[in-house]
Design a protein around this ligand. Structure first.
Ligand code: EPZ
Length: 420
């Protein structure tokens, strides 16, 4: 069956200005959180992504009227009539697990199945289920169906063994309407969690300390709707910076919050890129040549984000010297390495470690995205490579990037989305 591919002609430096889209990983939990509100919420700056469409489908299946118009999503959460998420929807999007907390918070029950795995490793949900049990939920697993029941949630003291982003979000969402106080320690500190808490507090929730390791939530009777503008996507911002750097160009990324990107900007500075920083925009001039970075370890925020690992590796594939990555968050997040090898990169994977020996230039090839950020990384490599790259697997990229080809072309890139 014919598929759409990106044909990328590399070798030209990218120059120009781009406004970064709203953050997928803030918009998705926020769409789920609207279930907790009695009335219609309006979310602005929501990017046009297949994951957003999938979240909208789940909301409508649950009985919440969800409508997407350009980058505005309206959700009437108070009409929810279901607490079961069909298997097809669970599989559609791994992060459908973030509906667990809001559905339980609002309905006191939730029926779902295991989300798909394999893309970045098994993606277990054991911590999600364990924390819900701590808040009074009884859970029966029948095959891949997971039946959760609770006679009202109650607050709890919960310590996470790992600062999981999704689990922190589920606990915070479930706790907003639970009886009493929830104290969550070793919580994830990602900026998207601050955004989610700001949205919920605007709806009348009592969430304190979001963005810190200890978050306190005092349960309230009910939440009222609000309008809210989603924060900018820091990983998409990093994608455009690395694309400009890989092509030897310069860029102004508007709308990005540099304060959320310290680890990413520091890495690009180590690679020799030069920056002009304002509170809501980043100017960058590429290093020529790019320098290798000896030690990049992905860590929970504010450490270097796992979602930017593949994207930075694509840039460092042509750096001067040897770069060493350590992927500490996901089991298997080096699928892009094999595709970069096809473009002439010199990369060795040893367990969680990737050793990247810079080569002078990559060459175009036929490559396939295996996951969202790995796919973006291949496009970053392609714009700096000599010749044409044909990029397959666009469905992964469409999950996280709105108008991917359009942005590259607005910067002088030569990227065509065509039927193959
Ligand atoms: C969120 O995923 C993001 N997704 C991911 O972005 C991001 O890579 C990740 O956080 C880390 O920053 C969304 O926000 C929608 P985790 P999440 O729970 O919540 C293990 C992208 O490209 N774990 O912090 O699933 C898990 O297997 C995506 O936009 C358990 O073991 O991340 C992983 O190894 C990719 N048991 C680690 O924790 C659990 O119950 C980090 O997962 C839950 C998680």
């Amino acid at each position: 069956m014919a598929e759409q591919v990106l044909r990328v002609i590399g070798g030209e430096p990218l120059h120009g200005e781009v406004t970064v889209q709203g953050a997928k990983n803030s918009a998705l939990p926020m769409m789920a959180a609207t279930i907790l509100c009695k009335g219609e919420c309006v979310l602005h700056n929501v990017p046009r992504l297949t994951d957003v469409t999938a979240a909208s489908r789940i909301l409508n299946r649950l009985g919440c009227r969800c409508h997407i118009e350009d980058d505005t999503v309206t959700v009437a959460g108070d009409t929810i009539s279901q607490y079961e998420i069909p298997d097809a929807d669970m599989r559609q999007m791994r992060s459908s697990i973030m509906f667990l907390g809001p559905i339980l918070g609002r309905m006191g029950a939730c029926d779902l199945t295991m989300p798909g795995g394999c893309e970045l490793g098994p993606r277990p949900i054991d911590l999600h289920l364990e924390t819900m049990r701590r808040m009074g939920v009884s859970i029966e697993e029948e095959g891949s169906r997971i039946r959760c029941k609770a006679n009202g949630l109650h607050g709890a003291r919960i310590h996470l063994p790992f600062p999981s982003v999704g689990v922190s979000e589920n606990v915070i969402m479930a706790a907003t309407l639970a009886k009493g106080e929830t104290v969550l320690t070793n919580a994830a500190r990602e900026p998207e969690i601050i955004d989610l808490a700001a949205f919920l507090n605007r709806c009348g929730a009592k969430i304190y300390g979001a963005g810190e390791s200890t978050v306190v939530v005092q349960g309230v009777e009910q939440l009222h709707p609000t309008a809210y503008t989603v924060m900018p996507d820091r990983i998409v911002a990093m994608t455009w910076l690395c694309a400009a750097a890989a092509s030897g160009g310069s860029i102004c990324v508007r709308g990005a919050h540099p304060r959320d990107m310290e680890a990413c900007l520091s890495a690009l500075e180590s690679a020799g890129c030069r920056f002009g920083i304002c509170p809501d925009r980043i100017f960058m001039d590429a290093a020529r040549p790019v320098k290798a970075i000896a030690d990049i370890r992905t860590m929970p925020h504010p450490g270097f984000p796992t979602d930017a690992q593949a994207i930075l590796m694509a840039l460092l594939a042509t750096a001067q010297g040897m770069s060493v990555f350590e992927e500490n968050i996901f089991e298997s997040r080096y699928m892009h390495a094999g595709e970069l090898l096809r473009m002439g990169a010199n990369i060795r994977i040893l367990g969680r470690t990737a050793i990247v020996r810079g080569v002078p230039k990559l060459h175009g090839a036929s490559v396939t995205a295996q996951d969202l950020r790995g796919g973006a990384a291949l496009a970053v490599a392609a714009v700096g490579a000599e010749g044409e790259t044909v990029l397959h697997g666009l469905s992964h990229i469409d999950r996280g990037y709105a108008d991917f080809a359009g942005v590259f072309n607005s910067l002088g890139g030569k990227v065509r989305r065509v039927l193959f």
